[in-house]
Write a protein that binds this ligand. Structure first.
Ligand code: ATP
Ligand code: MG
Length: 373
């Protein structure tokens, strides 16, 4: 039995990057032998085990064959006669298909080291097209390694384009797509991820609303800005979709099964944008400002409101950004209204709600007449 370090750990070590998680492949062993050595089996589909002490993943060498569409259409073959090279052949990119033995020797049948040096993301074999998730992974590695000068090589871009044309991307389940998008939003240059997807045509399938040149560039500018501010996942997501109209944004978020906080923030950004565009920057309407604040539920969700301001500060056209100051002044002004005072004055129930609103409106009107800078 031989154990090899594989995948990202070998790649990152050669790039001189810190290695965070290590994956291992074991050649010449059976599941029974692994269990006897104290490993625990995880996952029922693949023979993958956890080391008793380090808890790192050890997978038995395996081959995969595609059968039908989608992720369930794989038949996995694992046995002690599967070689290291056969296991490496099923991997996505050449830079991810290298192994290092315990003695330190590098196995690199697909010239991953050369591609690392020439900064190219290249598919290992034609079998790449058997799993459309690899398109998203490739785009994500492009977004991670863009600052090091990596790019998707022409052959791989062509193959990805063919996969999209063949309808492969439509077979991806939303959960797996979301997992990649969410990771990509936090890579070194998140926009590269979407640019690669756009170049191969996958973006037209995954987020068709960003298909036009103008919409795409506006979304990328907003995302870049939130990224530069080190924004949260929800802020990044809202920057991406916040310029769509509200209904389209809601429908896309649902289809993508984005988490609730992402969906809600994107929806608010989408709802606010056209209203803000209509506001008069010199004398914004107090009623509209209050409606926006109510819609955002700012008094119960102050943190989400500041996230929203961050997103809009990145996604609005520069001329409309000055309105954010009016909105923030309106929050401060309206927050001065103390319901307790009104209760003491005898208001209750529905009347109390109305009195609070009237009072807030008056204070916002006063504050909004300050001319924004
Ligand atoms: P990261 O630094 O993000 O962990 P990684 O390269 O280690 O990057 P993992 O998702 O941890 O990526 O997967 C480990 C290895 O398994 C990859 O390097 C690659 O060789 C292989 N792999 C993972 N997913 C796929 C896939 N969908 N198709 C082909 N090979 C894959
Ligand atoms: Mg890994």
């Amino acid at each position: 039995m031989q154990t090899y370090l594989v995948g990202g750990a070998v790649r990152d070590e050669l790039l001189g990057l810190e290695v965070e998680d290590r994956d291992w492949v074991v050649v010449g062993a059976t599941p029974q032998q692994m269990l006897a050595r104290g490993f625990t089996q995880v996952g029922s589909d693949f023979p993958v085990f956890l080391h008793p002490k380090t808890h790192e993943e050890y997978a038995l060498a395996r081959t995969e064959r595609k059968q039908g569409h989608g992720y369930h259409g794989f038949s996995v073959y694992s046995a002690p006669d599967v070689t290291l090279e056969e296991d490496l052949l099923r991997r996505d990119l050449t830079i991810n298909a290298m192994a290092r033995s315990e003695q330190g020797e590098l196995t690199d049948p697909f010239n991953g080291k050369k591609d690392l040096e020439s900064r190219e993301l290249r598919h290992v074999s034609e079998a790449f097209k058997e799993d459309p998730l690899r398109i998203l992974r490739t785009a994500r590695f492009a977004a991670r390694f863009q600052p090091l000068g990596f790019r998707v090589c022409t052959e791989t871009m062509t193959l990805m384009h063919t996969m999209v044309t063949d309808g492969e991307v439509e077979h991806l389940v939303p959960e797996r797509v979301w997992q990649e998008i969410q990771r990509a939003l936090h890579e070194n240059t998140p926009c590269t991820f979407f640019q690669v997807l756009r170049d191969c045509g996958a973006l037209d399938v995954l987020i068709p609303e960003l298909a036009s040149e103008a919409d795409f560039h506006a979304a990328m500018n907003a995302l870049n800005c939130v990224h530069a501010n080190d924004g949260s996942a929800a802020e990044r997501y809202a920057a991406l979709l916040g310029r769509l109209d509200e209904r389209t944004c809601v429908a896309r978020s649902k289809a993508m099964k984005a988490p609730n906080d992402c969906q809600q923030l994107a929806r608010l950004a989408a709802a606010f944008t056209p209203v803000i565009k209509q506001l008069d920057p010199v004398q914004p309407s107090a009623g509209t400002l209050l409606e926006l604040l109510e819609k955002s539920d700012v008094w119960r969700r102050p943190e989400r409101f500041s996230q929203l301001i961050q997103v809009l500060g990145c996604s609005l056209d520069p001329v409309d950004r000055q309105l954010l100051e009016a909105l923030e002044k309106a929050v401060v002004a309206a927050s001065d209204v103390d319901p307790q005072t009104l209760i003491k004055q005898g208001f209750s129930g529905k009347e109390l709600g109305e009195a609070i609103r009237t009072e807030r409106l008056a204070r916002i009107a006063q504050a909004a007449s300050w001319s924004p800078t």
